[in-house]
Design a protein around this ligand. Structure first.
Ligand code: AFP
Length: 330
């Protein structure tokens, strides 16, 4: 029986990837945000800044603080040339580091902001891509490549504890923070998503805004049919990362469908580059699926940095069932 356990830093070393320091820096950001969340009520980090982000959403103080912390930390890695964040209208380039072998990081610093003031679960989502542009003009849209180009992705969940889950394509591993020594220890080795689950996560308050196929699928999950394991149970926390983490570990499905009549959410609410694509990479490596209902999330060719997509993600059989409804086979 091991005495110490495997730390995140050690696990990253075994991956033998040049971008390991980028993930180590992200874990530092996770520790800092976790600490701030523990004290948010004490250090006046609650509430709104009064500003709006590119999504037209009111910005919480912690959103901005977390974004600034990640900018500082990732610049220090010396390996990151471009950052794309939910909290920044345009990509941020570190010109000194825009060279061969550098990386782009797309991230949502605080996912689930509406939970900040009510002590709810929150998360951070991150995606690492290689800078491919050779030109001096680093505006080359390296980030606007399909999700299949990600070299690493993952998330941090700030709940009863702080857990960091990531993949480089070779397995999905979860690390739990020991706050007493400030180290992440391997707690969930080689996570495999169950092929099918018993829960679904969706904001049913939007039911009458959905396209008919979304309503038909959710109606199907709610029907009573013991032989096919229905009804599913509804679990919805308001934080994608929390619902995703449960779905990854226990199976089931999370959906944020397109909205049929809200001009602000014609393609759903969630963003491709720093929400759907990184979580889609994690879910697929764990044996699950991530889809818009019509196509694989990782195959989408992004057209803009803050592009939104419908997201249906979770156990392979559950997402396939959803696609059967969305594509008219049921
Ligand atoms: P916020 O970060 O603005 O709270 O949005 C969280 C989120 O992007 C995702 O984490 C949730 O699953 C989803 O939106 C909740 O959206 P609704 O409040 O529209 O259900």
């Amino acid at each position: 029986m091991r005495i110490v356990g495997t730390t995140l830093v050690h696990h990253l070393l075994t991956e033998k990837e040049a971008f390991a320091p980028v993930l180590t820096q992200i874990s530092l950001g996770a520790k800092l945000i976790g600490r701030e969340l523990q004290q948010a009520g004490l250090v006046n980090m609650l509430g709104y800044t009064g500003g709006m982000n590119v999504q037209g959403e009111k910005v919480k103080k912690l959103d901005l603080w977390a974004n600034d912390a990640f900018v500082e930390i990732l610049k220090e890695s010396g390996l990151v040339c471009t950052l794309i964040s939910e909290e920044m209208d345009e990509p941020l380039h570190f010109n000194d580091y825009c060279k061969e072998g550098s990386y782009l990081v797309c991230f949502d610093p605080i996912d689930g902001s509406s939970n900040i003031d009510v002590n709810g679960a929150l998360g951070t989502i991150f995606s690492v891509r290689r800078r491919r542009g050779k030109e001096a003009d680093h505006m080359r849209p390296d980030a606007l490549e399909k999700g299949t180009e990600q070299v690493a992705a993952g998330y941090v969940m700030y709940g009863t504890g702080t857990i960091l889950v990531y993949t480089t394509g070779r397995g999905v591993n979860g690390f739990t923070l020991d706050p007493n020594i400030g180290e992440f220890f391997l707690s969930h080795p080689n996570i495999q998503a169950p092929k099918r689950g018993k829960t679904y996560s969706v904001n049913e308050g939007n039911y009458h805004h959905w396209h008919p196929q979304s309503r038909k699928f959710i109606d199907h999950l709610r029907e009573i049919d013991k032989a096919s394991g229905r009804p599913y149970s509804l679990r919805y926390t308001g934080a994608l990362v929390a619902d995703f983490h449960r779905t990854l570990l226990e199976g089931g499905i999370y959906l944020y469908p397109a909205d049929a009549d809200d001009p602000k959410k014609p393609t759903g609410k969630l963003r491709l580059l720093y929400e759907a694509a990184p979580l889609g990479f994690v879910m697929e490596v764990a044996g699950g699926k991530a889809s818009t209902g019509e196509m694989r999330i990782l195959d989408i060719q992004p057209s803009s940095y803050h592009q939104r997509v419908p997201l249906i993600i979770g156990s392979a059989e559950d997402v396939t069932m959803a696609e059967d409804f969305y594509q008219g086979r049921r």
